[in-house]
Design a protein around this ligand. Structure first.
Ligand SMILES: [Zn+2]
Ligand SMILES: [Zn+2]
Length: 277
């Protein structure tokens, strides 16, 4: 049984509910704040996953959206009308959300996120940072509470200096490890799709994820979750091996210098708890 974090301690907890090209929803929580990042599975499945981690959907403080692709917003429409949780997204992402809605939700739930401008929800400080991806308004999020800092960064065409600076100094990060280059280019996808995924506005490959994780670990980050793995062009063990090797090359030892886990595609992953526990 996966347990929700102890509400009395100063923590930031990252609990991936679903992660991958088939749908994304990640719970970020602190002692008094529960935030869902993305709602890219149908409402029933999100509610089931929240039940597994013992969260009542009505207790969510907010939903943050990274961008308007369906694997990040497909459940938002129904979920929002059912539970009336405030939603935060960038201006361009709001255009995509509204275009995809079958029925309008309460406009009072809409909140606009301005990248690089900190805002607070409950006791969490939040900063959105832009990500290069093939839809406008795409972003990742940093979370801070007291001395603790965490980040979620997926759907990244390439690792920009801006993203890296936002990730530097976080204790825990969920970072995209979308595809293995050999599996992609030797796989069944049509050429245009391979080009899109491997391009500067597609996704982050295992090798680039690995070099980023190694650099972040050397800069002090200790806990990593690999997320948004492709179903067709990656395997959890391939992503894990690639990242661990890059860290070993820097003489960084697992469970001494860093922890690493892979976000599960279909069921909640063991929470990563950062803080005074
Ligand atoms: Zn996307
Ligand atoms: Zn995605």
């Amino acid at each position: 049984m996966i347990m929700a974090p102890n509400p009395n301690s100063q923590t930031i907890t990252i609990t991936p509910l679903f992660s991958g090209s088939s749908g994304n929803a990640i719970l970020v929580s602190s002692e008094d704040t529960l935030i869902l990042v993305d709602a890219g599975m149908n409402c029933k499945k999100i509610v089931e996953a929240l039940n597994i981690v013992r969260i009542n959907p009505f207790d969510l403080s907010a939903i943050l959206i990274t961008h308007d692709h369906s694997d990040h917003i497909s459940g938002l429409d129904v979920f929002t009308r059912k539970f009336s949780i405030p939603i935060y997204a960038t201006k361009d992402t709001w255009s995509g959300i509204h275009a995809a809605e079958r029925k309008p939700h309460l406009p009072s739930l809409d909140n606009e996120v301005i990248p690089e401008e900190e805002f607070t929800i409950g006791n969490l400080g939040i900063v959105a940072f832009p990500t290069p991806h093939d839809t406008s308004g795409s972003c990742g999020y940093c979370f801070s509470s007291g001395s603790h800092k965490a980040a979620i960064a997926t759907d990244i065409g390439y690792m920009t200096d801006t993203i890296f600076e936002h990730l530097r100094g976080c204790e825990g990060i969920l970072l995209e490890a979308n595809y293995d280059k050999d599996m992609l280019w030797n796989g069944e996808y049509p050429y245009y799709l391979k080009k899109r995924i491997d391009g500067n506005y597609g996704h982050l490959c295992n090798d680039d994820c690995a070099s980023t994780v190694a650099a972040l670990c050397k800069a002090g980050t200790r806990h990593f979750i690999l997320g948004h793995l492709s179903k067709e062009n990656n395997l959890p063990q391939v992503a894990e091996r690639t990242v661990v090797r890059a860290l070993q090359d820097e003489d960084l030892v697992r469970d001494r210098d860093f922890t690493l886990r892979i976000a599960n595609r279909y069921v909640p992953t063991e929470p990563l708890i950062l803080g005074d526990v």
